[in-house]
Write a protein that binds this ligand. Structure first.
Ligand code: SAM
Ligand code: DTB
Ligand code: SF4
Length: 336
């Protein structure tokens, strides 16, 4: 068994024929599934080893979310409280203005965040929406924060407009394995998502792309999601949010049975191993998770969290609780 330190990914600790990609930079679903199937301690050891080769294991990125345009979305994503197809009691709003966004960014920075992500419940923004968000991006950048936006599908020129405003990352998730996707969303297809990701890459904006775990998918389908992410061309995303389904009353997934928390930890570890240089974000669902499970996620290679008491529309641990948890674990926030 050799530790390959010359090629960056994948780092191999086991013979290539057993658990390694089929070709350089390409992971087969079976190879990813084999990682999932490892004994837990072997999986965590391998993820830790990869993590420590590429990152300071004591450092965690703090990213704050703000819903700049809430609700009223025409898509039917089965997990989402913001879809018009489901009655979740959420009031739809208009795009927030520059002053309110500046205040939120200042508060996030004051609390220690280095990254600020703006989410909008659009299927696809119009040109004028993108121009308005570009102004919000400039506002966030002026406060000395990294800027990320997630606005739905982008059309020609949109990624360039956002890039020119200073956008660092565009978030657009694959959400699930291709063969599970149709059970969750019918109003846009997998290829639409891949097309938007290509536009983002093409404009030179960093890609933030991940998915949701716990929607009723099989382990093989979790492996297929990770393989899709790891195989994205020309490279895997710089930032990979792994969301745990937040069950919201009124959505079709409200009564989804709980996923074994260790399976969520495994997903984080497998993402870390297959995408060694990515920021792997322990994303939605932390409020419903024990501190022990979150600690396992950090051990498995997560090095970013959403920080601040709200995600987009649902709750997140408060700042004091997160600072307490990081201190308990000897972790420290990434500096700007
Ligand atoms: N409307 C845009 C889109 O879908 O591309 C951007 C905002 S959308 C809310 C961003 C992501 O949030 C989704 O792709 C999904 O991964 C995540 N998300 C939404 N609702 C969630 C839930 N209930 N639990 C976990 N993740 C969720
Ligand atoms: C991502 O992957 N997770 C964030 C962010 N990208 C935009 C959103 C999580 C939303 C959780 C449900 C809610 O609060 O509405
Ligand atoms: Fe709309 Fe995004 Fe929610 Fe889907 S996930 S319903 S696109 S806001």
């Amino acid at each position: 068994m050799t530790l390959n330190t010359t090629t960056e990914h994948p780092v191999r600790l086991v013979p290539r024929t057993t658990i390694a990609p089929a070709a350089p930079e390409r992971w087969s679903v079976e190879a990813v599934a084999s990682l999932f199937d490892l004994p837990f301690s072997d999986l965590i050891h391998r993820a830790q080893t990869v993590h420590r080769e590429h990152f300071d294991p004591a450092e965690v990125e703090l990213a704050t979310l703000l819903s700049v345009k809430t609700g009223g979305c025409p898509e039917d994503c089965g997990y989402c409280p913001q879809s018009v197809h489901f009655d979740t009691g959420l009031a739809a709003g208009k795009l927030m203005g520059v002053d309110a966004v500046r205040e939120a960014a200042q508060r996030a920075k004051q609390a220690g965040a280095t990254r600020f992500c703006m989410g909008a419940a659009w299927r696809a923004p119009k040109d004028r929406d993108v121009d308005a968000v570009a102004e919000l991006v400039r506002t966030v950048k002026a406060e000395g924060l990294e800027a990320c936006a997630t606005l739905g599908m982008l059309s020609e020129g949109h990624a360039e407009t956002l890039r020119d405003a200073g956008l660092d990352y565009y978030n657009h998730n694959l959400d699930s394995a291709p063969d599970f996707y149709g059970e969750i969303i019918t109003t846009r297809d997998y290829q639409d998502r891949l097309d938007t990701l290509e536009r983002v890459r093409g404009a030179g904006v960093k890609v933030c792309c991940g998915g949701i775990v716990g929607m009723g998918e099989s382990r093989l389908q979790r492996a297929a999601l990770v393989a899709q992410l790891a195989n994205l061309a020309p490279d895997y995303p710089e930032s990979v949010p792994i969301n745990h389904l937040v069950k919201v009353q009124g959505t079709p997934l409200a009564d989804q049975p709980d996923l074994d928390p260790l399976e969520f930890v495994r997903t984080i570890a497998v993402a870390r191993i297959t995408m060694p240089r990515a920021r792997v974000r322990l994303s939605a669902g932390r409020q419903q998770m024990s501190e022990a499970v979150q600690a396992l996620c950090f051990l498995a290679g997560a090095n970013s969290i959403f920080y601040g008491e709200k995600l987009l529309t649902t709750g997140n641990p408060d700042v004091a609780a997160d600072m307490g948890l990081l201190a308990k674990l000897g972790l420290r926030p990434r500096r700007a």
